[in-house]
Each structure stands twice: as C-alpha cells, then as structure tokens.
Ligand binder design. Structure first.
Ligand SMILES: *Cc1c(COP(=O)(O)O)cnc(C)c1O
Length: 371
C-alpha cells in the first residue's frame, strides 16, 4: 500500500531541547500565568512578526471572541463565508449578527467592492480573513471603515509572517488574530494571539484573557480564561527558531506544484502576489469540472484512493450551516463567487516535510485524471 500523504504535518521542536525546557520549568515550578517563557515568547513573536504588541492565547478562536469584546462590537458585523467556522462562531458567541459578503475570485478574501452595500445603521465592524495567508485589500477596507466609522478585526489565522512591501500584514486594521493550532504554519500544539498597535489595548486584552483581573482585588471587565501555559510557550520559542526554514521548505513545494500544475487544463491556481512575502500555508487548486473532465469531488476521492489526503478548505461555506443559513445574507444568490469556489477547491498536501516523491505523486495523480 502506498504511504498516506496528509494535507499537513506539524512542525515539532527538537525533542532534546524541549526536554531541556521542561526540566527548567519543573525546577521553576511556574507553569502558567505570565511566567518567564510566556514573557519571552511574546517578545520574540513581536520581534519576529514585526508588530508592536502581542497578547498570547490558548487557541485561535478565543482571540476572535476577545477582540470583539475588547472593541465592544455589537449589532451587525460584515464578514466572509469563505473561512473556517470559528470566524463566524466568534460573532455568534458575542450575540452579533453576521452579515455575509461575497468574495473576490482573485484572492478568496472578502470583496471590498461589495462591503458598502451591506452596511446598515447596526453595522459596527468588518471582520475579513486573509484566507490561505493571501492579503485582503486592506487599504480599500480601511477607507470604507474610516468613512462609516467601523472597526476592522482581521482573522489572520493563516497569515503568520506574511508581509506586504516589507511590512507585516498583521498591522492592518484595529486588531488581528492568529492561530497556532497544530495544522497551521506555526504551531504551539494549540495556541493563538491578538496583535495590537498600542500598550493600552494590550493591557485591556491581557485583563480580558485573565477573567478581567487588573490586580489581586480588582476586576475591570467580565473576562474569560484564555491564557496559554509555560509548556506551550517553551515549545513555541523552540519552533520559532526553525520557522524560517519550514516556510522555505514550503516555498520549494509551492514552486514544484506551481510549475507542474499551471498548464493542466481545468486546474486553476493562483500566482503569488507582487510585493508579498507569502508563508505558503496552503496550496488551493480550483477544479473546473467541464475543462478538467471530472468534478472536484471526483478528483478529491480519486486522490483519496491513491492515499493522497487533500482537504476541501473551505467547503461547505459557513453560510450554509444550520445556525447561519436562515440569514438573508446567507443565500446562494448573495454569494455566487464563494459558492463556486467552495465547490471547486481542494487544498493539496502542503507542509515542510513533503518529499519530492510525495510531491510528484500528487502531481501525477492530478495529471493522470485529466481528460
Ligand atoms: C484555525 C482557524 C481558526 C481557529 O483557530 P483555532 O486555533 O483552531 O481555535 C480561526 N479562523 C481561521 C480562518 C482558522 O483557519
């Protein structure tokens, strides 16, 4: 039987070094609540990501929920249906009504030309997603936000390390959130962060993630517990040392896929955007059934039969799930591009440890099924 090729594989720290960190933590007996590894990891991340402030979290969903709390977002928020469900769930958990806007076929992100038509007197914010780590049209989105007095929170779960013209994409908007889940480019097993521009906002968010405690006796807000522990901060510090090499390995995979697949009739892929430092977090292909001679699902299951496990990110669209499908903005008519992309997409196996044999097997499978 052929080896299974999975869509991703976690970047793991060197085990000996991690054991050294564990020994140190065991000696210090400080295992959570802003210990020395937490502080070091926050500083190291801010430096690596070229952002002013980072607040660490225990996963990538609580930063979304907390960012909305921190900015006191209410009413309606404009967002994209083409994402992981957590984006919209974070709104629901805050009692906010999601308003879905269609996406741009060129980058998969919310179509900034369609945002204004979705604004109502209840709109308070826009929550776009840099899907696959491809930057949204952040300038256009900011212009709209400024014109209508809206906040912008980016779900940047895919955008670790992504830069535009040498500047971090994580500096766009009011706040950006990251996920360090095992399946992401950079992982701490589970983990996440909020990126902010100023110290006051960092302080408020640090309070919110620790029950609202501002001191031993003072609770300033109905906060939550979303702290990350020392063990995962130590793990993250070690992974940070090898993230550049891991992203470069992904870049090499990207080049091979891109060269081999760009000529395949019916397989649409994106070129990298000029001026953007990508993180190669995903490699989406879009199957045009007519031209390719097979539907996306047919190819997806052919790949599975060959032990190649792609993933249909993002299918089904969030707007089709039972919680959201009754919303007026969730209709197919409102979301034709997102609906089409969700029906055509397969994310190919993409990670730092793919061998050339693995890559060639994926390419052969896609080429041989072509009519
Ligand atoms: C992974 C992901 C999240 C959630 O992160 P977790 O760490 O799994 O909680 C949120 N949004 C997007 C777009 C994601 O891909």
């Amino acid at each position: 039987m052929k080896k299974i090729i999975t869509v991703t594989s976690p970047l793991l720290p060197n085990l000996d070094e991690f054991q050294g960190s564990l020994k140190d933590i065991w000696e210090k007996k400080w295992i959570t609540n802003n210990g020395s590894y937490h502080q070091k990891f926050e500083e190291a991340l801010a430096e690596y990501l070229k952002v002013p402030y980072v607040s660490l979290f225990t996963n990538g969903t609580l930063p979304l929920i907390t960012a909305l709390q921190a900015l006191r977002i209410t009413g309606e928020v404009i967002t994209t249906p083409y994402s992981f469900v957590a984006t919209t769930h974070a709104l629901w958990w805050n009692g906010i009504k999601p308003v879905f806007v269609d996406i741009d076929p060129n980058n998969g992100c919310i179509d900034s030309n369609k945002i204004e038509a979705a604004i109502t007197p209840k709109t308070t914010a826009i929550m776009p997603v840099h899907v696959y780590g491809t930057p949204c049209n952040t300038n256009d989105i900011q212009d709209i936000a400024d014109k209508y007095g809206l906040k912008v929170i980016y779900d940047a779960a895919h955008a670790f390390g992504v830069e535009v013209k040498g500047k971090s994409i994580l500096n766009a908007g009011d706040l950006s959130t990251l996920s360090f889940h095992a399946t992401k480019v950079f992982n701490t097993v589970e983990g996440g962060a909020i990126i902010m521009h100023d110290e006051k906002t960092k302080q408020r968010i640090d309070y919110l993630k620790n029950f609202g405690f501002a001191s031993e006796v003072e609770v300033v807000a109905p906060g939550i517990n979303s702290k990350i522990d020392e063990i995962r901060c130590a793990y993250g510090l070690l992974n940070l040392k090898q993230i550049d090499a891991a992203i470069e390995a992904r870049h090499q995979v990207y080049i091979k896929y891109h060269n081999a697949l760009k000529e395949v009739n019916g397989i649409n892929i994106w070129d990298s955007s000029p001026g953007v430092k990508h993180n190669y977090s995903y490699f989406p292909i879009f199957v045009d059934a007519e031209k390719y001679g097979m539907t996306r699902d047919e190819l997806y299951f052919k790949m599975r039969n060959d032990n190649i496990y792609g993933r249909r990110y993002f299918y089904p669209l969030i707007s089709t799930f039972s919680t959201y499908r009754g919303l007026p903005s969730a209709s197919k008519e409102n979301l034709p591009i997102a609906t089409k992309m969700a029906d055509e997409v397969i994310c190919l196996p993409m990670h730092h440890a793919l061998s050339d044999d693995d890559i060639q097997r994926v390419i052969r499978c896609i080429k041989k099924n072509h009519k």
